[in-house]
Design a protein around this ligand. Structure first.
Ligand code: GTP
Ligand code: MG
Length: 224
């Protein structure tokens, strides 16, 4: 198409979630792709796949192939195949489970070894942020781990959905060298509300919706 204004770009990105069993990889994948959450734990055997197409900017669409790798595959014969060709790797741990954080070093080294020819973009993800009161991994340790390995870093909750959409959008944008606006996360969740106007000449008049303007204002708010 010669008209660059109307041109639309389509990209495919392979994103792989790794980390200990029960850290929430499947839950994050399902929250993102289906906006659902399962309280029960069903261990992932091998790998599961999810596909979701997102509209990153007005004319930039990305199909995310989300590869949810079972936590038991570390040290197994298949992990290198699951990771092959990854554009982005999310290192997931459970903020209430110190061991799941400490094991990320093993995950990181194993994935790095398998991706020696083409290093993916890494992001550190602390999941279960709804259980802040049970946190055993200090936020400073999280930040240090990410900084020392030059990674992006996020806290999410697959249960409440907090920051999950933001996580996938931000890492994808980062990979593509696209800068998203600060309020991007909620760009698709537009809240409309009628404008209410206070009468200027009578302070005691109650606030009411203006019947004459018939105007709606669009507000975009961020939950980050
Ligand atoms: N409170 C809370 N529970 C969560 C959250 N995410 C996942 N869980 C629960 O943690 C358990 C394990 O979640 P999964 O998503 O199956 O963990 P996984 O990392 O895929 O585990 P494997 O498949 O064994 O590698 C399940 O009971 C989930 O309901 C979260 O954000 N908050
Ligand atoms: Mg799983």
């Amino acid at each position: 198409m010669s008209d660059s204004e109307g041109e639309t770009y389509e990209k495919q990105v392979k994103i792989v979630l790794v980390g200990d069993g029960s850290s929430g990889k499947t839950s994050i994948s399902e929250r993102f792709s289906k906006d659902s959450f399962n309280r029960d734990y069903n261990q992932t055997l091998g790998i599961d796949y999810y596909l979701k197409r997102i509209n990153l900017t007005r004319n930039y669409n990305v199909t995310l192939a989300v590869n949810d790798v079972g936590g038991q595959t570390l040290g197994g014969a298949m992990l290198d195949k699951y990771i092959f060709g990854a554009d982005i790797v999310l290192l997931i741990y459970d903020i209430t489970n110190l061991q799941s954080f400490e094991n990320l070093d093993d995950w990181y080294h194993t994935v790095t070894k398998y991706c020696a020819s083409r290093k993916p973009l890494f992001a550190l993800v602390g999941n279960k942020s709804d259980l802040e009161h049970l946190r055993t991994v200090k936020a400073e340790r999280h930040q240090r781990f990410a900084k020392e390995r030059d990674m992006l870093s996020y806290f999410v909750s697959a249960k409440t959905g907090e920051s999950v959409e933001n996580l996938f959008r931000q890492v994808t944008a980062h990979l593509m060298h696209i800068v998203l606006p600060k309020n991007d996360y909620d760009a698709t969740r537009v809240i409309t509300a009628p404008i209410v106007r206070q009468e200027q000449n009578n302070a005691s008049t109650p606030v009411k919706a203006s019947p004459t303007t018939n105007t709606t204002r669009t507000s975009i708010c961020s939950l980050q």
